[in-house]
Design a protein around this ligand. Sequence first.
Ligand code: PEP
Length: 246
Amino acid sequence: MFIAANWKMNLDKFSISEFCKNLHNYKFSPKVEACIFPSMPYMDYLNNLIKNLPISVGGQNCHYKPDGPFTGEVSPKFLVDNGCEYVIIGHSERRINGNESNNEIKLRAQLAVNSKLKVILCVGENATDREKGHALKFIEKQLLECLPNDFKSLIVAYEPVWSIGTGRIPNAFDINEMHMHIKKIVLNKSNKKIKVLYGGSVNVENINSILKITNVDGVLVGGASLKVKDFLAIYSAAVKHLNSSL
Ligand code: PEP
């Protein structure tokens, strides 16, 4: 079970230190893995604050070239250098605001894999594709165009664009169907079994029902991961869920 906290462009040094103060008395479980994705300049700062805790730090993106004239971009090797274990690739906010194409995302994912980062590859349909009944087809094409050619392991995050930050989530049937579909596509293409996270408006109220869905292997949380109380409540729900399904 995996809990990914995507802080996006939120939380400054002071807020990060306040957040981390509340983590030190919490009993983390070896069964639930957690990774926080802070804003780039605070990676090292966060890593130092949580170095004795079983939480890793990840990058919200990385470039498809290891170095060169790419102002504002970050190399995967710099993420590794800063103690990152994971990187998110293809988040819909980067696809939309940064015009990242499927091909570019595939290149970013491949270089991240080659640089020994664990990739969380995001896919998600928009509201029109969901309403028209095209969601499965859309995701199949998007995923096949973004999958790196060569990888040992990979995590896919299913994040319907219409669900991110809106408070609306797909029903349990649709989430399970999509996660099964994603696992099958990757297995057929690469012979690899992967984990699929659900992302989009996950919060303290809906976490229990999301975790009950068979093919959900964890969650990618944006807004609700900014408050330490909610982050820990979501983490605790995952621990409880695992203990109750033993
Ligand atoms: C996200 O942006 O990855 C995300 C899941 O955001 P939120 O939880 O705020 O919908």
